[in-house]
Write a protein that binds this ligand. Structure first.
Ligand code: NAD
Length: 491
């Protein structure tokens, strides 16, 4: 029985602490991926809206950049508390907007958004900088003055909407910047809800401005705005490359968190129970729509057949269906267009003589009536492909993972590094020496040994190769969102 309320949310831009309609007066529809029904009307913002937002963000910067860390921290902790007090509503909204199970949004997305605020709110209370002394005839002391950069342009994707948007807003404002942020046009609802909390908090108007709409209009206007000197972008490599090109004439500071094609390397001495359970999760969490998801699984030949058999059995236990159903462990993909893309790769796998071990074309999807128009794809495991196959080279960003055997350590490493991307890898072995040796050789930003997605926000996060430019963490985000100025006093 469908108990989804037919309410259509009408989202407004949040500029200078006020909710305003887009200057175009035009709205676009955003759908619930699990039903295909219209969920929200989103402002179709243009350059005019971005110009307004930047004007107020610049004005707010004058005062906000001079506030004490204690004040900024207090305001951010207020906002964290408001998110926490409304966590259930936010989890429901995130699920309806994105397609993920409510249980996942409850367990991961919303708690992480709260933590993003608390983490940066408290980081800024404990910063200490060094002073150096030059001895001899040029006796001088040096210190580093950190200055917030200005109005930050923040652009985020649809897969972890509030989680990733707050991962940008929090460091930006904690370090004294103001911002103009744009979530994905496909998932704007929790950002809009966040704006309501910002309004109720002591955050001064204009510090955080949210402009909703398409990347090609609102996003492009943010990137090309001459008064935005710093852009933090998370999304696809193609758009990241475009943003690099548009920002280049302005010499903007850029942080680009882009796509991934992440490998698991599983040696024959792995703790197989932990490895299997974690690799099922790392491949299919959030419908495989996490930049960190495993989509290439390399298994040492001695255990390859038994791994595939047990892995496929476990993948078949994933319950795909209504994201609101507590038994559901995998929801719907973000859009029909994205579903078509994912299905085209499964077709490609067949054309490349791959074997579909389970999932699309092999198993049956049973959906309740109200989900029949949703964008569901069964978790699909492919074997029999070579590492050159496009299924092992391109980012599919869905519930498709490929398993390939390897013979020895050198081959495992070579297979894992044979990708344009370099975001993360998981490594499964009980041999600690090998774990360190292999980690060192992997061309990725994060290696998880015998685990996946265990995050300490102090640790640098980001990608090598086509997975991005820059790192994010307490220290890295501080470096990114501040300009360091060396001050030298001769005495
Ligand atoms: P996308 O690149 O299509 O869009 C991301 C954001 O950019 C959206 O807000 C979009 O509106 C905006 N945008 C689009 N065109 C723009 C333009 N010309 N100028 C400015 N902004 C523009 O990505 P997506 O489909 O929303 O997200 C999926 C991608 O994000 C995947 O490639 C995934 O790997 C990546 N991702 C990376 C990370 C990471 O941390 N490395 C995390 C999550 C997602």
């Amino acid at each position: 029985m469908d108990n989804v309320k037919a309410e259509v949310h009408v989202v407004q831009n949040f500029i200078n602490g006020t909710f305003v309609a887009p200057t175009s007066k035009e709205y676009m529809e955003s759908v619930n991926p699990s039903t295909g029904g219209v969920l929200a009307k989103i402002p179709s913002s243009t350059k005019d809206d971005v110009d307004q937002a930047v004007k107020f963000a610049r004005k707010a910067f004058t005062e906000w950049s001079e506030t004490s860390p204690q004040f900024r921290s207090k305001v951010m902790l207020q906002i964290a508390d408001m998110i926490e007090a409304n966590a259930e509503e936010l989890a429901q909204l995130e699920s309806a907007d994105q397609g993920k199970p409510v249980s996942l949004a409850r367990r991961v997305d919303i708690p992480r958004a709260i933590y993003n605020f608390r983490f940066f709110a408290t980081c800024i209370l404990h910063e200490v900088d060094n002073v150096t002394q030059l001895q001899g005839p040029s006796r001088a002391m040096n210190y580093v003055e950190r200055m917030p950069v200005g109005v930050a342009g923040l652009i985020s994707p649809w897969n972890l909407p509030l989680y990733l948007l707050t991962w940008k807003i929090c460091p930006a404002i904690a370090f004294g910047n103001t911002c103009v942020a744009k979530p994905s046009e496909m998932t704007s609802l929790t950002a809009w809800k966040l704006a309501q909390f910002l309004k109720q908090s002591e955050l001064p108007p204009g510090v955080v401005n949210l402009v909703f709409g398409f990347g090609t209009s609102a996003g492009e206007a943010i990137v090309a705005h001459p008064d935005i000197p710093i852009i933090s972008f998370t999304g696809s490599t193609a758009i990241g490359q475009h943003i690099s090109a548009v920002s280049a004439p302005f010499c903007k500071k850029l942080s680009l968190e882009l796509g991934g094609k992440n490998a698991a390397i599983i040696f024959d001495d792995a703790d197989i129970e932990n490895c299997l359970a974690t690799t099922v999760r790392s491949s299919f969490a959030n419908q495989g729509e996490v930049c960190l998801c495993t989509s290439r699984i390399f298994v040492q030949r001695k255990i390859y057949s038994s791994f595939v058999e047990r892995f496929v059995r476990m993948v078949r236990e994933i319950k795909v269906g209504d994201p609101k159903d507590p038994k559901t462990t995998m929801g719907a993909l973000i859009s029909q267009q994205h579903k078509d893309k994912v299905m085209s790769y499964i077709q490609l796998a067949r054309e490349d003589d791959g074997k579909i071990e389970c999932g699309e074309g092999v198993d049956k999807l049973n959906l309740p009536a109200h989900c029949q128009n949703g964008f569901f794809v069964l978790p699909t495991v492919v074997t029999g492909l070579t590492t050159e196959s496009r299924c092992l080279q391109d980012e599919i960003f869905g519930p498709v993972t490929c398993v390939v055997p390897f013979d020895n350590e050198a081959e495992g490493i070579a297979f894992a590094n044979d990708a344009r991307y370099g975001l993360c890898a998981t490594l499964w072995t009980q041999d600690v020496t090998r774990a360190h040796r292999v980690s060192r050789k992997l061309k990725v930003g994060t290696v998880w040994i015998n685990c996946w997605l265990v995050r300490d926000l102090h640790m640098p996060f980001g990608g090598m190769k086509m997975s991005g430019v820059g790192r994010e963490s307490a220290e890295d985000s501080r470096d990114f969102f501040t300009e360091k100025k060396t001050v030298c006093l001769k005495y």
